[in-house]
Design a protein around this ligand. Sequence first.
Ligand SMILES: [Zn+2]
Length: 70
Amino acid sequence: MTNFNRSNNPHLITSTQAVAEAGYPSVEEYLATQGMDSVIIACCDEGCEVEPDGYCEHGCPSVIVAKGLI
Ligand SMILES: [Zn+2]
């Protein structure tokens, strides 16, 4: 479960890109600040937020799913 590439998903971005859009230098830094208590950023160019173990409406995983941390 490490390959989240969906060549047919134009919204999918990397976890690093996703947190960078929100102003964080890394996923680790984001989690240290935000925790995993509620919704977190998805790897989506629409700026979606999802359940920590979930996917957004565009089919993009949360950053911790993408990182393989959950
Ligand atoms: Zn999305």
